[in-house]
Design a binder for this molecule. Sequence first.
Ligand code: ATP
Length: 302
Amino acid sequence: MTNEITVRVPAKVNLYLGVGAPRPDGFHPLDTVYQAIGLYDDVTAGPADDWRVDVRTSDHVAAEALPPAGDNIVDRAARLLAAHHGVDVRGELRVDKDIPVAAGLAGGSADAAGALVALDRLWQLETPDDDLLRLAGELGSDVPFALVGGSAHGTGRGELVHRVPDEGGWWWVVVPFREGLSTPDVYRRFDQLHPDAPVVPTGPLAVLGALQDGDVRALARALHNDLQAAALDLRPELADVIAAGEEAGGLRGMVSGSGPTVVLLCGSGDEARQVAGTLAPSYDTVLIAPAPVAGAHLVVRA
Ligand code: ATP
């Protein structure tokens, strides 16, 4: 593509995920702390007379789990942005996916955020940030965070995000699985396991304090995911991955969001490399990711 624009967008983990009883609109209220981790998709937009989407996947991404052409979340992002401005959907969009699919890492949300930013540039729309965040929230609960990045507190159904102070430089070992978990299935199991979930989910004070202090041991103690029991119920073997990671030296393992990816918080980059090295022979893919990292950002090529 000539005159192309590339936007790099990170995956997320939920350091804290408090889930309440379903609201009248069917969504679950969340009280969550997101953190953007150094695992990325690239969304590249270029001019074309029609509309084309090309999704390429790296080795550890299950291409077969992606929706058929026309149904990708980047198509929806393009239509929403174009409708907002009354312009035509036109261009060539390439998505280079390195974030595993249906993994609890919000890869689809990352692509939607990347498409919004890349197409805003390509179509020279100069959409104000507040409008972009609102459109992102319409596309999915995790999409606004993919724009914001860093570490952020999320409320509502997760779409209302505010950056929070984060003094740490954190290291994660990430163990994804080719076979994903459906987020709606995990929420359904959550409802069965927690018929008495509170209307207002509990909040993440200890996580926010650990981030502010940059204290990795306090953060390890405070990590919490209300969806973990549901994800483990659907995929019991994930408990073994968490145990193996902690035995290998990870400070604390947990299921990322709705799973099935297991993430392990480590004490340093060296410790993360050691944990990843120990786990690598037993699992198809073991990745290392620093955090926090920036949200959707332009990649400037030399
Ligand atoms: P979340 O943590 O936000 O629930 P996730 O990481 O579990 O998300 P995604 O990878 O975002 O899951 O995919 C969720 C669903 O969205 C999948 O069923 C997938 O087919 C569909 N989807 C649509 N577009 C994309 C895309 N560009 N990348 C990944 N999945 C996509």
